[in-house]
Design a protein around this ligand. Sequence first.
Ligand SMILES: *Cc1c(COP(=O)(O)O)cnc(C)c1O
Length: 569
Amino acid sequence: MDKLTRHNFENDVKTEDFNIKKFFASPIQDESNNTFAAIMSEAMKGINSLKPTGRNSSAFLGKNPELTVTRENARKAVLRPEGESFTEVLNHVISTFEGLPNWGHPLNMTNICPQENYAAIAASMLTQMFSPNILEAEYAWNTSIAELESSAMLADMAGWNSEKSGGICTYGGSGCWMYQLKYALSRVLPDSRQQGIRTDAKVLCSEQAHYAMLNSTDWTGLGMNNIIKINTLPDTNTMDITHLEQVIKECSDNHVPIASVVCTMATTDACAFDPVKKVRELIDRYPNNPEYGKALLYCDAVIGWSWLAFKDYDFAANPQNFPETVLESARKNGEAIREIQYADAFGVDFHKNFSPLISSVFVYKDRYEFEDLLKRESSAYLQERGDYNPHNYTLEVSRSAGGSMAAWATLKFLGIQGIQHVLAHGLKNKHYMLEQLEPYPDMTCINTADNGAVLLLRIYPEGTDAALQYQKELADKNFRNTLAEHNTIIEKTADLLWKWFREEKQIDGKRTPYLSITKGFRPAVYNTDPSDHEAVIYALKVYPVSPYITKSDMQHALYCIRMARNEVV
Ligand SMILES: *Cc1c(COP(=O)(O)O)cnc(C)c1O
């Protein structure tokens, strides 16, 4: 990018005194558009040059694995009197991507990260050219179709009447949590919008629910102590419905209102789907006291929503020829997510599997209720020039169309079949690794009951019967200390793999994989509060969803995990 200088870019906009026009995008088709396009084309080459040239490479961008940024150094920044050239700025921007994880790389099997489809990248980038603002019709004009149609498609996938439902694109799965809580509080504590929250309404979710529960109860002012965590079942990690019934009944008996019950669909590690239909029955059986509104049923489906693509799949005919292992899990996930129809609202993250950050939709079943409950006065300086003006009930004011365009482009580009194949690919990789584990009794996959693509692996010193040892460590208090010891081995193995990944170590002529660790798959069975922070299950987390992963990458990853364990033990 060194050829296109500041001078070159300024050809068309001659300086009189200080020409501020040179900084800004031209509103008309002139030469500067072409110059911009040419520089951006160079910039794309620049950023793409951070990708490796072949598969035998480490799963980070560029050449330098070091983290060069420190808060200490960054604090010294001061604004200079004279600006840099456009290309200098872009070169600086591009250089900051050096060393960043390369999410789609076949050796990247780390925690849930965005795989970015080309259509979504392009769609969200294009919105930056003209900044449509989806706060109301005048500023969004026809671009609001992305939010409206994405919401309609998602509602339809959920089995709702899309004529009556609606959706809001927001800042992630945590934004969706915030929306559900605000919706719930406005419904259950009708005066709370004017007078503030004066009643300790409760939020019920499973102990495996996402920690976004903390953000929203904290920031709404409801208070984090108003979360009640429902136990999960040890084999499925889903909400224990008996415990839920106890809690709901107790609230009902004591006239404590429930703001919402949140079903996680699915959990981040275990791909567990809470039983929405049964939750609905309990909410109906034990309603809030009449002075309060009806408790909201929310599904945190930000990861699991895409299984809706399998909801109506013809598993008998299997038109897409998925292998049996995929079919079984897809059928179960499809059945589990089908229960989302009983919810009042659900959250969707496109950026968990498909699109660039941030692309999330909060979808609600009854738009008349939601939009009415949250309605505010219109602003004096905004005129409503169309029938879609969400600024009257959204949390945010200005909203970029970037996320909604990414969502819309993803749905249009992939279609149901595309989504199915993306999900099937992760399952195939998982099952392949499970097969490869067979000759190694010192390793065990602790989430074989799950139907997601995540593999949670515990690896023990050679000669250990891992499955047996794990059962003891999970359930028996006498094994608390060996549990902690083996947790340490797993943590050290993960740290060594991390180090190898960053050092670009080669094993058998190939770079090593980039994996994660989970330090809280579940507490040991006896650790009920769970107050003992060491009596919890650690596991290596392999999340093999990159569309570029092959069987040989899975085999190699397994081999590298074993090599790392050997060095640690
Ligand atoms: C990722 C995640 C969230 C938080 O979503 P963000 O998009 O990171 O804000 C909430 N719930 C679940 C189940 C998640 O996996």
